[in-house]
Design a protein around this ligand. Structure first.
Ligand code: RP5
Length: 160
């Protein structure tokens, strides 16, 4: 049984160097998360079981990262009402454009919150998941406000 509100899934272990970036804001904001390898094309039954169990095990937001089989996010969104944030991982041949288009261009009726290709997208996925959870968590909301203020304060007005 999952107890973490955020579950990060990825199609392959090879996605981890990118998807690890999603954990950075979650750690900074003290949001619990889990990670799993769930492939849409290699482990479809695992994907089905993951989506089925997520609705009752405490998961509130799913982050799905994939390169090649980037329908992972859309398939997950099709099988659960939980919000799914998609991260297009940079693919070998098409540099992630295939992943991006596969994830972002969902037909109406099933929503996927697709982020930018690669590390920025993964990082922002963790941030967006935190913002979703902050809607019903005032303490997390305050941590987010403080985090944003610190980020703003860290931007110098001048070069040197
Ligand atoms: C997808 O295919 C994964 O999400 C990964 O981005 C890509 C390549 O996977 P590997 O061949 O490295 O396992 O399923």
């Amino acid at each position: 049984m999952s107890k973490a509100p955020v579950h990060i899934i990825m199609g392959s272990r090879s996605d981890w160097p990118t998807m690890e970036l999603a954990t950075k804001p979650l750690q900074a904001l003290a949001v619990d998360y889990e990670t799993s390898i769930v492939s849409a094309h290699r482990t479809p039954q695992r994907l089905y079981a993951f989506c089925r169990d997520s609705e009752t095990n405490g998961t509130k937001v799913i982050i799905a990262g994939a390169g090649g089989a980037a329908h992972l996010a859309g398939m997950a969104a099709a099988m659960t009402w939980l919000p799914v944030i998609a991260v297009p991982v940079q693919s070998k041949y098409l540099k992630g454009m295939d992943s991006l288009l596969s994830m972002v261009q969902m037909p109406k009726g099933v929503a996927v919150a697709t982020q930018a290709i690669g590390e920025a997208g993964a990082y922002n996925a963790g941030l967006l998941a935190s913002q979703m959870l902050a809607l019903s968590d005032p303490e997390l909301q305050q941590r987010l406000v403080d985090w944003r203020r610190a980020q703003t304060d860290a931007v110098a007005e001048e070069v040197e």
